[in-house]
Design a protein around this ligand. Structure first.
Ligand code: AMP
Length: 145
């Protein structure tokens, strides 16, 4: 699977949207869903996806999909800042396996960074789910109404 391919409706994020796979959800609206990355690269690593778009990556995405996904990304990034007080926030998005993409449903990473902490390895150890739920509660509490 890489830059070219067919959208697989059985991918893990499609299952999360349909409620067929678990996720620690942060917030959602009619178009998008934000949840905690279960193999986080830093404390508070979150993901934003579109609910209905079958874009596998940014190159395939409809402009309105990008608008709604980036709008939710900004909303979550602001809440992450207020909740966790990072020194920086990395926003990343990978297109194709050689670029680091492992799930072929368009998504944006929100990765808080602290000056004294190295970035964790992409897709390394699985987080403790109770820790993720506690972080999600902290972040959700700082989302604008
Ligand atoms: P990418 O490598 O950009 O495709 O990112 C996929 C991300 O999804 C990785 O950071 C994974 O840690 C994360 N991930 C994979 N499966 C799940 C899951 N079931 N719940 C939450 N995050 C996941």
């Amino acid at each position: 699977m890489s830059l070219d391919g067919v959208y697989d409706s059985q991918n893990i994020f499609a299952k999360i949207v349909r409620g067929e796979a678990p996720a620690v959800r942060l917030c959602e609206d009619a178009d998008t869903l934000a949840f905690m990355d279960v193999f986080p690269q830093s404390r508070g690593h979150a993901l934003v996806i579109h609910r209905r778009s079958t874009a596998r990556n940014l190159l395939e995405a409809e402009p309105e999909t990008l608008t709604s996904v980036m709008s939710m990304t900004q909303r979550v990034a602001r809440a992450v800042r207020l909740a966790l007080n990072p020194d920086g926030i990395m926003i990343s998005q990978f297109n194709g396996a050689p670029a680091g993409q492992t799930v072929f449903h368009l998504h944006v990473h929100i990765i808080p960074r602290w000056a004294d902490q190295p970035l964790g390895r992409h897709g390394a150890g699985m987080a403790d789910i109770e820790d993720l739920k506690a972080l999600a509660a902290q972040i959700s509490a700082r989302l604008p109404a």
